[in-house]
Ligand binder design. Structure first.
Ligand SMILES: [Zn+2]
Length: 193
């Protein structure tokens, strides 16, 4: 648990087969997982080898460290650059929960996006294209949010880190979440420049 994962420096915009690969996507060359102090959450967490661009991208499987980095540091899910003072967009399917500490909120594991990066995702991501066809696309302009990093259930850690037997007292972090506190419902047209 004493290893410290080097913080990743400026994000590279990677492509695979001509398709832009989101910043937080894990690559097959990054499969090794372990428990270490996360440089972004600064607590013991499920960590993962950091070698974006090696092997193939595993779309749909976020990299543990980059997922936390994006949410905690307020970076875009797609390009990995800061969302500070920019229009922030959620394309998550996460549903409104009425039981948030401060009233209704949406808790999502997908980091937020720049508006232009959300538009780019719609052009390339098969599951978002399916949402457009089925009328199940959610576009939200997020005006207030906060970060939550939950402690994972120790009995689940071995699913992500094979061979690691967590003690019941271990407080190991997994994914970070964005809690949307206020937003405006938008649509696909709004995303287009
Ligand atoms: Zn972006």
């Amino acid at each position: 648990m004493s290893d410290i994962v080097a913080a990743q420096s400026s994000p590279a915009r990677l492509r695979y087969g001509g398709v832009p690969v989101p910043f937080t996507v894990a690559w097959t060359g990054e499969e090794r997982t372990f428990i270490a102090i996360c440089p972004h959450a600064r607590k013991p967490a499920i960590c993962q080898e950091i070698a974006p661009g090696s092997g193939k991208p595993t779309f749909g499987a976020p990299h543990f460290v980059r997922q936390r980095q994006a949410i905690i540091d307020g970076l875009c899910d797609i390009c990995g650059l800061s969302l500070r003072n920019r229009t922030k967009v959620s394309l998550s399917h996460a549903k409104l929960r009425a039981n948030g500490a401060d009233g209704a909120a949406i808790l999502q594991v997908e980091p937020l996006l720049h508006k232009e990066c959300a538009a780019l995702s719609l052009r390339h991501c098969p599951s978002l294209k399916r949402d457009i066809r089925n009328g199940t696309l959610f576009v939200r302009q997020v005006t207030k949010e906060r970060v939550q990093v939950a402690v994972s259930d120790p009995s689940f850690i071995h699913v992500y880190v094979p061979g690691f037997n967590a003690k019941p007292s271990d407080r190991i972090l997994a994914h970070a979440k964005v809690e949307l506190l206020s937003w405006r419902d938008r649509n696909e047209e709004w995303l287009q420049p």
